[in-house]
Design a protein around this ligand. Structure first.
Ligand code: BDP
Length: 696
């Protein structure tokens, strides 16, 4: 058990369960009118999955000949399915139906859909039913994805380094592509198809123009060929200045006809390599990347340039809203909204604007981004980070399900109560057909893909919530635990406790009470709340916490930066109120005196220390809980996880001690009784250096 199998683990189920399933899954009927690679993939997966879980290979049949069949077919490919008249209309291109039924006197299960892709997703769901020991009798599942583009963003460079990647090198072996096709590519596609991911952006948003050269297009095309049977489209991050860098032009100005021609021809070329190419992801005028503003044009003009090149081929542009500039020193949290909201209505219809979940940058906790709900005429897609750049890299356990859930369920009030972020991105709030969600991948060449077993759960929950943003973090975690380990009730109870507590634990020991961006320079791993010497003000932790002798926090109310005004009035009023904002975001929106009374009866200073202590205690608890599971888990995965949890417990204390040492030096307050002094002096924590931290 080295973790390679992810949620495609098919070890034999417990004997009594196997015995129940066997008669129900004796024969596999997959009519294949032609040589369809997707149908072949389905057959391979079902044979492997059912065969493994039940320790008995199903027989493959052309037609149903007895009880215990699994019929996987569309109405076009099977007369038996046609005759049943299943209600497939509402399932769209990717949805599916799984139903227990009787056909010509034989009892069995049907997986049906309007397309082979639907059959693929349905087949993986059927396997999930077995993996989670769910009953097949009377099964009746109808589902379709709520969001159209469900994509991973790989921040992978052509030299195989991964920006903010903590699980080895890039899985794309660019040098040896297209000739050598690592079997991992197929397993990657299987793993994604199993959770409904249908797109992948292969290269870093800080893109090299080389990815658009013929040499690299051939490599991307080879990957696209592997992924296609699994319903996964390939996208590329495009560098806005590519016409200059690889096109020999002297400008990348969207208004230049030479530039327009260049992109049109580039798009034609790409579609010759990859006929179903998905489109471009673009980071422009952000953190030094080139963009339309270099030529006095706005984001819409930049996005539309690329959109028009892709339009004839059916491609889309995912244009990122992650922008902040030096000339907006007042409040970085406000910039994306200020730049983009005035452009609402100016984007072409194959542009979707990709917005990070919060207004700053993947911090352990942020409020939802104020752009959600504020651009009714523009489709907006969510960008979550799966890799944990600001949550302890691959080392710390932080199950992100609760964080995703918190954001998706947040109410923007854009069209009255109930206007959740989920409804913005699934298109239902403002009637958009183009919808999307992206996750910055945590995948690398490590044997277990994500650097730890529990990190796999973050990839998993991203996919599941992308399909259905209304799922709860808890139900997904329960499925994942069953599939990854077993359905032992003790394991499930403890595992769920651990997973559901882990994100808040990290928030508590890193950035409690709505603090953010307290990480040290360069590595984003350890504490550096004292840092205040970086060139740009908004790169410094001190800019974010604003702590001094009198108090702490960022005033974003009307008296401060007034960032609250970017939210709908009901939300703005809540965020602007010290009493209603809730302690999770208190210091995000308010600068308060150290003796500000908290609902707990403590004052703010004591509460801050208490949260750090609580975070350390939770990290310790994770370690102890895991230890109690030793008899229930295979030694390999148990041991690696135990070692990582020991690292986390130690580093939670480092975070707590360093942060308290610093904040105490500023607040000049006594530690509350019972709270231990930091182990070392502030100077000790300040001089720690990590020049070789991964993921730069
Ligand atoms: C920040 C990362 C940086 C990314 C940037 C982005 O530190 O490496 O390039 O986001 O999303 O979180 O573009």
């Amino acid at each position: 058990e080295d973790g390679y199998d992810l949620w495609l683990r098919y070890p034999p189920l417990e004997k009594d369960i196997r015995d129940q399933y066997r008669p129900q899954l004796q024969r596999l009927v997959i009519p294949k009118s032609e040589q369809s690679p997707t149908l072949k993939a389905i057959e391979r997966e079902l044979v492997r999955g059912v065969g493994g879980l039940l320790e008995r290979r199903p027989v493959i049949e052309e037609r149903i000949s007895g009880d215990g069949f699994v019929l996987v077919a569309t109405p076009q490919s099977s007369r038996d399915v046609r005759a049943q008249n299943f209600p497939l209309k509402a399932l769209g291109e990717e949805g599916y139906l799984i139903r227990a039924t009787t056909i010509r006197g034989h009892k069995g299960t049907v997986v049906t859909a309007n397309s082979e892709r639907g059959l693929l997703y349905g087949s993986f769901h059927l396997l999930r039913l077995l993996q989670t020991r769910s009953a097949l009798e009377g099964v009746n599942i109808e589902t379709r994805p709520q969001i159209g583009l469900r994509v991973l963003n790989h921040w992978d460079n052509l030299d195989r380094s991964v920006e903010r990647g903590y699980a080895g090198q890039s899985i794309w072996d660019w040098w040896n592509l297209p000739d050598i096709l690592d079997p991992r590519y197929t397993d990657y596609a299987r793993a994604n198809a199993a959770i409904g991911v249908n797109g992948t952006v292969l290269n870093n948003v800080n893109a090299s123009a080389d990815s658009l050269t013929p040499r690299y297009l051939a490599k991307a095309a080879a990957l696209a060929d592997v992924f296609r049977p699994y319903g996964i489209r390939v996208y590329l991050s495009a560098r806005f200045s590519a016409p200059v860098e690889i096109g020999g032009l002297d400008t990348a100005d969207p208004k230049s006809s030479a530039v327009q021609r260049w992109w049109n021809e580039k798009a034609e070329e790409i579609y010759r390599y990859i006929p179903d190419f998905g489109g471009f992801l673009v980071k422009a005028n952000s953190e030094g990347q080139p963009g339309p503003q270099d030529y006095g044009r706005n984001h819409a003009e930049g996005a539309n340039l690329l959109a028009r090149a892709l339009k004839p081929h059916g491609g889309v542009v995912m244009w990122r809203a992650f922008v902040y500039q030096q000339d907006n020193p007042e409040d970085r949290a406000k910039q994306a909204y200020s730049d983009f909201v005035p452009l609402d209505g100016q984007f072409d219809d194959n542009v979707i604007v990709q917005v990070k979940n919060g207004p700053i940058d993947f911090q352990p906790r942020e409020p939802f981004h104020p752009m959600f709900g504020a651009m009714p005429k523009t489709p907006l897609m969510m960008e979550f980070q799966i890799t944990k750049e600001y949550l302890g890299f691959a080392s710390h356990l932080a199950y992100l399900g609760p964080m995703y859930e918190e954001v998706l369920r947040a109410d923007t009030f854009a069209a009255g109560p109930g206007s959740t972020v989920a409804k913005v991105i699934d298109g239902s709030l403002h009637g958009h057909r183009l919808t999307g969600i992206a996750g910055v991948a945590n995948i690398g060449s490590d044997r277990d893909w994500s650097g730890s077993t529990f990190n796999q759960a973050n990839w998993y929950v991203f996919g599941r919530m992308a399909w259905d943003p209304r799922l709860s973090a808890e139900e997904v975690a329960r499925d994942w635990l069953k599939i990854t380990f077993s359905d032992n009730p003790v394991l499930l109870e403890t595992g769920l406790d651990m997973m559901l507590a882990s994100h808040q634990a990290v928030v508590d020991y890193m950035t409690p009470l709505g603090l953010a961006h307290l990480m040290a320079t360069g590595h984003h791993y350890g504490p550096g709340p004292w840092v205040s010497d970086l060139a740009r003000p908004e790169w410094n932790p001190a800019y974010y916490h604003r702590a001094d002798k009198y108090g702490i926090g960022f005033d974003r109310t009307r008296e401060g930066s007034n960032a609250v005004a970017q939210y709908a009035p009901a939300v703005a009023a809540r965020f602007a109120s010290r009493n209603d904002v809730g302690d999770g975001l208190l210091l995000w929106f308010h600068h308060l005196p150290w003796d500000h009374p908290m609902p707990s009866g403590r004052d703010l200073w004591q509460e801050l220390v208490h949260r750090y202590d609580r975070g350390v205690a939770s990290a310790q608890a994770l370690q102890n809980q895991w230890r109690s599971l030793e008899p229930l888990i295979d030694p390999e995965r148990f041991d690696k996880t135990a070692r990582l949890l020991a690292v986390q417990a130690r580093e939670a204390k480092w975070w707590r001690d360093a942060s308290i040492a610093y904040f105490q030096s500023v607040s000049k307050r006594e530690l509350p009784r019972g709270s231990a002094k930091p182990e070392h002096s502030l100077a000790y924590y300040q001089q720690l250096q990590f020049p070789w931290a991964p993921g730069h």
